[in-house]
Design a protein around this ligand. Structure first.
Ligand SMILES: CC(C)(COP(=O)(O)OP(=O)(O)OC[C@H]1O[C@@H](n2cnc3c(N)ncnc32)[C@H](O)[C@@H]1OP(=O)(O)O)[C@@H](O)C(=O)NCCC(=O)NCCS
Length: 250
């Protein structure tokens, strides 16, 4: 178990105040924003590191739609679902993203405009739905669609400097072939390099397979995860669990 850190806020602020370039230099392999990954189906993917300030509205929307696929799970839980609340959380000042695409993000203005035109094009909208997701991701039709995302923030939890994984989602096309665990390993590398005490995440307990997946990746129930409580003579288990993986002595 990590020991308490003397000045966790200073540690975290020092990292969060780094410029984008300085953060990449210190914590990403070879200081590079972009890396490549071959999945279990031998498909090539590009992974880009993007701090929230550099995320285009277009890419933010795509990330939001990946998260929105969890709407039902949120609604069924004590957390509830708020589009506005989730967007605010995803836009928090120190949120950082790893984004998975086939060919890398295209940030050029003319590309953004072109895609926006395609998006609102009537003929396009009449195309049949390709995916069975609760929310159809129209973006999957584009070559530069975001097929996976992990968002994280370096923050203080229970007096420890930690890396909190806020979201990790793959599109249906990218799921189950090793990208999710690769993204998790990438941020664990950042946490180790930064000398943080642990990586953390929250998972719904009703989606038991995700809890099992995180266990498989070395995550355990965190000591501050809410405990079952007694309500009118019945033991009620919380519908979410906080999980963590120790990185350093803290
Ligand atoms: C959860 C999610 C992010 C995982 O990403 P992924 O790319 O599909 O996961 P991976 O293919 O890397 O698999 C993760 C690891 O867990 C293992 N795993 C998968 N299902 C498992 C299960 N039921 N029990 C134990 N381990 C499991 C895999 O074998 C793999 O380990 P390995 O690399 O040693 O073989 C992705 O499936 C997803 O987006 N799901 C829908 C959204 C979601 O549930 N998000 C999480 C919100 S809490």
């Amino acid at each position: 178990m990590p020991t308490r850190c003397e000045k966790p806020t200073e540690v975290v602020n020092a990292i969060n105040n780094l410029s984008e370039d300085a953060f990449m230099d210190r914590f990403l392999p070879n200081g590079e924003r972009r890396s490549h990954f071959k999945d279990k189906d031998k498909r090539d993917w590009v992974i880009d590191f993007v701090p929230v300030q550099s995320l285009t509205p277009y890419d933010f929307t795509q990330c939001f739609e990946l998260v929105e696929n969890m709407e039902r799970a949120y609604r069924a839980s004590s957390m509830g679902w708020s589009r506005k609340g989730k967007k605010e959380e995803m836009g928090l000042q120190h949120m950082r993203y790893l984004l998975v695409t086939k060919d890398g993000l295209t940030q050029r203005e003319d590309a953004l405009e072109w895609r926006e035109k395609q998006r609102t094009n009537q003929r396009w909208r009449e195309r049949p739905l390709l995916l069975e997701e609760p929310v159809h991701r129209m973006y999957d039709l584009f070559d530069d669609a975001i097929h996976g995302m992990l968002s994280f923030m370096i923050t203080v939890e229970d007096n420890l400097p930690v890396l909190y994984i806020y979201e990790v989602h793959m599109s249906r096309l990218a799921r189950g072939t090793g990208i999710g665990s690769h993204l998790m390993r990438m941020v664990e590398g950042i946490a180790k390099e930064a000398g943080l005490a642990k990586t953390m995440l929250t998972s719904f307990t009703k989606e038991l397979w995700t809890v099992d997946t995180y266990r498989h990746l070395g995550y355990l129930e965190d000591e501050y995860s809410p405990a079952p409580r007694e309500l009118r003579g019945k033991v009620v288990k919380p519908d979410y669990i906080i999980m963590s993986k120790t990185m350093a002595a803290g």
